[in-house]
Design a protein around this ligand. Structure first.
Ligand SMILES: Nc1ncnc2c1ncn2[C@@H]1O[C@H](COP(=O)(O)OP(=O)(O)OP(=O)(O)O)[C@@H](O)[C@H]1O
Length: 267
């Protein structure tokens, strides 16, 4: 059974953050977020997504991980505090403008047009420059080179593919616009284990392509394994954050993570 291990008033920082000198691509600064009325789901939450790293966000069910990701992408507006891109406040900016800043989202759950072909789903990602046929063709070629499986299935209805294949199409659609950062919300939820492992291996390589990652995940084991920097949330607040190295070197933190993994396995 899961137990809350620490409940300090102040979040603990587990050692210096990896890439701590680079300014964040994205940042939440002391945000409070409410869905309805004045019940604040996030309270004083601060997080930074640093370039070239995978930043993982973990925490118990209902801790506010997905709410934080939606706030990062402008889908929820903070009641208090700010969202920043490259150090500049963009609080209240609508989600569709994030791609102009090179930031893409792969939301939780299925987001494809099931009846449309794989290729038409990719073409929709190119909507803003649809009249530039050469640019669309280049985006498709690049995506098919990265995901040969999608090229083979380009005429197939997206909804006829397996869950894992659909996830790769969603990733391909997000990457078609060559973002510098991608926000992933539970990328392997409801995906078979083998495909989930392939997705994590793919995500792990993204920084090598110059793509910064924010990964919100219930799969604590995989999130801890591939992240460079981890945030642990609890009840909508910062609990602990630090580099993956600091987590691996601190036995009390390891115990806490192990406890969560055990909890998840037993549940
Ligand atoms: N659309 C909504 N309207 C009202 N409350 C919501 C809404 N979405 C989430 N919540 C509440 O906000 C809190 C945080 O939810 P959130 O989905 O962000 O947590 P999470 O850490 O991502 O959880 P999980 O790991 O279970 O996905 C929960 O108490 C949840 O019930």
């Amino acid at each position: 059974m899961h137990r809350v291990v620490r409940n300090e008033q102040q979040p603990k920082q587990a050692g210096p953050a990896a890439g701590a000198l680079a300014p964040p691509v994205l940042e939440l600064r002391n945000v409070d977020v409410a869905y309805h009325g004045d019940i604040r789901i996030l309270q004083g939450l601060s997080m930074a997504v640093r370039p070239g790293l995978i930043t993982g966000v973990i925490g118990p069910n209902g801790a506010g991980k997905s709410t934080a990701l939606r706030t990062f992408y402008g889908l929820l507006k903070p009641v208090v505090g700010d969202v920043l891109i490259d150090g500049k406040a963009v609080t209240g900016m609508p989600p569709w403008r994030f791609i102009e800043h090179g930031i893409a989202l792969v939301p939780q759950g299925r987001s494809l047009f099931n009846e449309l072909s794989v290729e038409d789903n990719l073409r929709l990602a190119c909507w803003t420059f649809r009249r530039d046929k050469a640019r669309v063709a280049e985006a498709l070629d690049r995506t098919y080179a990265q995901f040969p499986m999608l090229r083979e299935r380009r005429s197939q209805a997206a909804g006829a593919m397996s869950g894992g294949q659909q996830r790769f199409l969603e990733l391909g659609r997000a990457l078609a616009l060559q973002p510098r950062a991608v926000l992933l919300d539970e990328p392997t939820a409801m995906i078979a284990p083998k495909a989930a492992s392939e997705i994590y291996e793919f995500v792990r390589e993204l920084p090598r392509q110059g793509i910064t990652v924010l990964l919100v995940d219930q799969n604590v084991r995989q999130c801890v394994r591939i992240s460079d920097h981890l945030y642990v949330l609890e009840l909508g607040r910062n609990k602990i954050d630090g580099s993956a190295q600091a987590f691996s070197e601190d036995s009390s933190l390891r115990d806490m993570i192990a406890e969560w993994i055990d909890y998840r396995i037993d549940a």
